[in-house]
Design a protein around this ligand. Structure first.
Ligand code: SAM
Length: 336
């Protein structure tokens, strides 16, 4: 059981001690200049991603999750003067990290619109693509964004401030069964049913619109360590608010079309549901195969091939230096 939790481990909010450790590491890295904006976010599996992408100096690359630009900065180092890098981030805060570099184009939108923006920028196909899923350390650390169980703030949790759905609106409007399902599936909350019932009861009389109000209102049903419990609950709400599974599925489905032959896609996930989507898609080149009759012998053409059979995980050294990397899994596919 303990093992399963660890494996499905998640980009849940790091513990306070881990935060301190990562902050120390980030200062070190900022000082040696190897990662810009390390206070914003420390990239995970950096060397593994660069190796996986096998960057061609004159190639065209996409970073679907720009964040602090840690991965992107190293892609740029490997690119020559004619290389290009298109970077997506749906969070307006990320734009401040975009380097002043003519090779970079910033797209302030959801990566689910990948193909549309590639076309808009006259880039039909690319040599490589990276997605480092979930939220950045910066988003956790900004109490006002509502991602963190550690700070008081509005229960917002939108990565894209233009979106209408917030964590507060999910708690206020979703049916009991919908709340139960998302708490169970996205957060692995042990007593998801009880919590869903409690939310529906309490919201009749109490506004569940701030992190603290919510924590206090449901405190009687918390199981085990409250910090761990709320980290799981907050994660579930965040995944729902940002439709993280839907966006990932749409991104994956566009990969075969947007990669040039020999081009590579590297995707880093932080929980088992995401990893499963990536694994299935890279293995089959479609989500449909899964639903087919098992005795049907249709041989499908998969336009992708796996570069690594098993997911790549962070080294012991990286896990120690950056606890956030502990649940990271990198999968890489190549267009045939
Ligand atoms: C884990 S951080 C990426 C960190 C980055 N690799 C770095 O080195 O700094 C994820 C970033 O992707 C963004 N993001 C997550 N899902 C997204 C989506 N569907 N579309 C666009 N941006 C997204 C988040 O706003 C966040 O800034």
């Amino acid at each position: 059981m303990g093992k399963k939790r660890e494996a499905s481990g998640v980009n849940r909010e790091p513990k306070a001690a881990d935060q301190q450790h990562a902050a120390d590491a980030s200062r070190l890295r900022a000082d040696d200049g190897s990662v810009p904006n390390a206070d914003y976010h420390i990239p995970v599996l950096l060397h593994e991603v660069l190796e996986a992408l096998a960057i061609r100096p004159d190639g065209v690359y996409v970073d679907c999750t720009f964040g602090g630009g840690g991965h992107s900065s190293h892609v740029l180092k490997a690119l020559g003067a004619n290389g290009r890098l298109l970077v997506f981030d749906q969070d307006a805060d990320a734009v401040r990290n975009v380097p002043d570099d003519a090779r970079v184009t910033f797209v302030p939108h959801n990566f689910r619109h990948l193909k549309r923006f590639l076309q808009l920028h006259g880039l039909a196909q690319v040599d490589g693509l990276l997605a480092d899923l979930g939220v950045s350390s910066h988003q956790f650390d900004e109490g006002s964004r509502g991602f963190s169980t550690r700070f008081e703030g509005a229960l917002d949790m939108r990565m894209d401030q233009r979106g209408e759905k917030t964590a507060a609106s999910v708690l206020q409007t979703y049916s009991e069964s919908a709340l139960h399902k998302l708490l169970e599936q996205y957060g692995e909350v042990t007593n998801a049913k009880t919590l869903a019932r409690t939310i529906v009861e309490i919201r009749k009389t109490t506004a569940l619109d701030t992190t603290l109000a919510f924590r206090n209102a449901v405190s009687t049903v918390v199981k085990g360590n409250p910090n761990k419990y709320f980290a799981q609950v907050f994660q579930a709400l965040r995944i729902e608010v940002n439709d993280e599974m839907g966006a990932l599925k749409e991104l994956l489905e566009q990969i075969p079309d947007v990669l040039k032959p020999g081009g590579r896609a590297a995707v880093i996930t932080f929980h088992s549901l995401e990893d499963r989507l990536v694994k299935v898609f890279f293995r089959n080149g479609t989500f449909e195969a899964e639903e087919e009759h098992p005795f049907e012998s249709t041989v499908r053409h998969n336009p992708l091939k796996l570069v690594n059979k098993k997911p790549i995980e962070a080294s012991a050294e990286e896990q120690k230096r950056n606890p956030r990397s502990r649940s990271a899994k990198l999968r890489v596919a190549e267009k045939k």
